[in-house]
Design a protein around this ligand. Structure first.
Ligand code: UDP
Length: 274
């Protein structure tokens, strides 16, 4: 490792290994759909910044900027087919992200749940672990490889498999609110929620399958905005950004838009699963 790639001196990151879920929408920038190179490059820069801290980083990228199975299905297009199209969309996004990250000098591997040998390695858990140990950013494409699932569920499953200490869910909003903050100016944000709060309250954090999986594996979820530059690094450094979802009791919501988040402890690193 050359000198400029050595982790910087100073405070240590809170986590050694995390999985970041990036929605397809984050890659479309100002476009109505598809891929904005500028948006992809901005996401890539955030990821590289975190990798350079010495944090092992796996990414799960959605496909909603291209195809979302539930929306695309209809007429002659069957739901299962539409879902496979959605999974292929995640592969397109993963390749775009790979080039953008590697352009910044950071090694990556795209590993796919669907066979696509010309462009991606097959997803093999032990190989993924080996890449992570070598400080390569691992981009997990193709969802779970099964229709009727989401990339949020993919992120939950893969995070548990690779022993990530937290699932970082990057969104357009700076945390979880009691109501849609775009439509309700008085919506209030939670600093902390329990898994059950999310499942019972239908708060739109992630689908219930994904949250249940995180709950079953005591995997903390941190929901935060990707719109604010440097946020992935802040979360990884343990700063109180966004909303933490874990097994503990949730808090009352704090004031929404613009209000500083209440202080909370970042989750304690959890032990590996094996
Ligand atoms: N998908 C799927 N199985 C998976 C993951 C994803 O069938 O394991 C399909 C599904 O149609 C989904 C699409 O891929 O709508 C894109 O993923 P998602 O909607 O989760 O992307 P995001 O909303 O995060 O961009």
């Amino acid at each position: 490792m050359s000198d400029d790639r050595r982790p910087p001196e100073g405070p240590r990151p809170r986590f050694k290994r995390v999985l970041v879920k990036i929605s397809g929408d984050a890659l479309k920038g100002e476009l109505p759909h598809g891929i904005s190179n500028a948006a992809v490059e901005a996401v890539a820069a955030e990821c590289v910044e975190v990798a350079r801290l010495g944090v092992e980083l796996a990414l799960v990228v959605g496909g909603g900027n291209i195809v979302r199975g539930a929306d695309a299905a209809g007429g002659t297009l069957k739901r299962a087919t539409a879902d496979y199209m959605g999974m292929l969309a995640t592969m397109i996004n993963s390749l775009a992200l790979q080039d953008a990250i590697e352009a910044l000098g950071q090694e990556t591997r795209v590993m796919s749940a669907l066979k696509a040998e010309e462009v991606a390695e097959p997803y093999i858990r032990r190989k993924a672990l080996s890449h992570l140990e070598k400080k390569r950013i691992v981009i997990l494409a193709g969802g779970t490889g099964n229709p009727y699932f989401t990339t949020d569920t993919t992120a939950a499953v893969r995070a548990a498999e690779i022993g990530a200490e937290a699932l970082l869910k990057a969104t357009k909003v700076d945390g979880v609110y009691d109501r849609d903050p775009v439509r309700h100016r008085d919506a209030r944000r939670f600093d902390k929620l329990s898994y059950m709060d999310c499942i019972k309250g239908s708060l739109g954090v992630m689908d219930a399958t994904a949250i249940t999986h995180c709950m079953g594996n005591s995997l903390p979820i941190i929901v935060f905005s990707l719109k604010q530059k440097g946020n992935i690094r802040r979360v990884v450094m343990g700063e109180p950004v966004g909303t933490l979802v874990d097994a503990g009791p949730g808090d009352a919501p704090t004031d929404g838009a613009g209000a500083p988040p209440g202080r909370r402890e970042a989750p304690a690193p959890r032990g590996g699963l094996e």
